[in-house]
Every structure is written in C-alpha cells, then in structure tokens.
Design a protein around this ligand. Structure first.
Ligand code: BTN
Length: 238
C-alpha cells in the first residue's frame, strides 16, 4: 500500500470507534519524521495503530515515547538483542537505528480525534543507501536471522498496551521515566541540539513530559521539546 499511516488516518477520520491496526508488506509512499520518505521494501515490518484515547490534546505527542519504550521491549523479547532508545523515539541496536516511529494526530473542536502511531522495523534488509548505511541496521544484520512480522506486531501490541495503561494514569511519563531513561542511549553523553543553530550539552534524561533535559556548557539545564529540534551525538548519529 502507499503508507500504513495514511490508511490509518483515513480510518481515524471516519466514524469508527474501535482502534485499528494497519499492516503492510511494503509501502510505495512510506513517510518518516520531518517530511522525509521511509523507503519501504518488502521484508521489513510496517504497521500503524489508530486509536481514539480520551486524553488532553497536549499530551498526545508523548505517546510516541511510550511506543519507543514498547518497541525496545518488543525487539528484546523477539530477538534477544539489547535495544536502546535515541530520544525521542528511534530504537537503536549497536548504536544504529533499527526502527522508526511516526506519530500523527488529528484535533477537532472537541479535542483529540485520533492518534496514529506508525512503526517501521528493519527486519530483513541487508543493505542501506550510502547516506544512511553508517546509521542504520536490521535484525537480520545483527542476528543473522530474520523474524516474522506477525510475531513482532503481536509482541508490540502486548508491550504497548502495558505501557500505555501506565501512561494513562497521569497522561505523562511520570511512572515510566526510570524505565525510559535506563534505555536511553544518549544518557550522560554529549549531544548536539540542532535548532536554527547548534548547541552542545550533556543529555540528563527525560522529564515527566518526555522532554529531554540538557545541561549546557554554562551550567544551565534546559528542556528540549521533541518535534522542534533534532538531537545528535557529538561524532555521529548517537
Ligand atoms: C522516522 O522517520 O524515523 C519514522 C519512520 C516511520 C516509518 C513507519 S513505517 C509504517 C508507518 N507508515 C508510514 O508511512 N510511516 C510509518
């Protein structure tokens, strides 16, 4: 199909009240964050969850961190690989991105209409374009084996449901901060915070809103809001 996120948004815009999961074997117009394409050949996993949670609009974007947490757990459970999170929601193995999440939401006059969480997992891909090959990996490159996407998606739905219920208690990361920070590949590392300009600081972990706390050279600690800036390692992707 074109994009599981695009299809899930069409379902969300209709009158259905139930949640939905859209799964594709490949995508002809896969979308990534910041308007990028997500090249989607057959052999990887592509899926999107559409749901209509009863939460405040301003808390919807935090769900993307909950999804990253669930995906890290999923990859560990299914493959045995140690997966980590590059804030806010890239899942990395061995310092390279193995999976990306694109969360999109729709807001109406009565508040949040729906949220779509789109997940792409590099499962069977052996080669990546030259501009991303130093930053990207796949499960089969890491383990020598491919995995079944149905298994990945089933495990993700279980892990996500558990974490999402915890998130719903406060509609933020309060009860998930410790788990999230323990998986954060950026923790206590120097990062480049890229906005209009570029500043270097040390990542201290997330706060309850899911913002990344960064201590800059002058000692000031500021929170970085996901979606507004990009955070990179000092010498590369992480
Ligand atoms: C990123 O830029 O890291 C996010 C990539 C998200 C890709 C997934 S694949 C399934 C879903 N459908 C899309 O069009 N995008 C997401």
């Amino acid at each position: 199909m074109d994009s599981t996120n695009t299809r899930a948004k069409l379902i969300g815009g209709g009158n259905v009240m139930e949640d939905a999961v859209v799964v594709a074997k490949n995508q002809t117009a896969g979308r990534g964050r910041r308007g990028r394409n997500w090249i989607s050949p057959e052999g990887n996993c592509y899926f999107s969850i559409m749901m209509k949670p009863n939460i405040q609009v301003e808390n919807a974007s935090t769900i993307t961190l909950v999804a990253a947490l669930a995906l890290t757990q999923t990859i560990e459970n299914v493959t045995g690989l140690k997966a980590q999170i590059k804030w806010p929601n890239d899942v990395v193995v061995d310092g390279k991105k193995v999976s990306g999440i694109l969360t999109e939401s729709s807001v109406g006059v009565d508040g949040l209409k729906y949220v779509v969480i789109g997940v792409g997992v590099n499962v069977n891909q052996k080669q990546f374009d030259t501009e991303i090959e130093s930053m990207a990996t796949s499960i089969s490159l890491q383990t020598g084996n491919a995995v079944d996407c149905a298994h990945v998606i089933g495990e993700f739905l279980n892990c996500f449901e558990n974490s999402f219920e915890i998130f719903l208690e406060t509609e933020d990361m309060t009860a998930l901060i410790d788990r999230y920070n323990s998986l954060l590949v950026n923790l206590n590392r120097e990062v480049r915070v890229i906005d209009q300009g570029e500043r270097v600081g040390t990542a201290l972990g997330i706060n309850e809103k899911g913002q990344l706390l960064v201590r800059y050279m002058d000692g000031n600690v500021e929170s970085v809001i996901s979606g507004e800036v990009s955070v990179r390692g000092l010498y590369g992707y992480v």
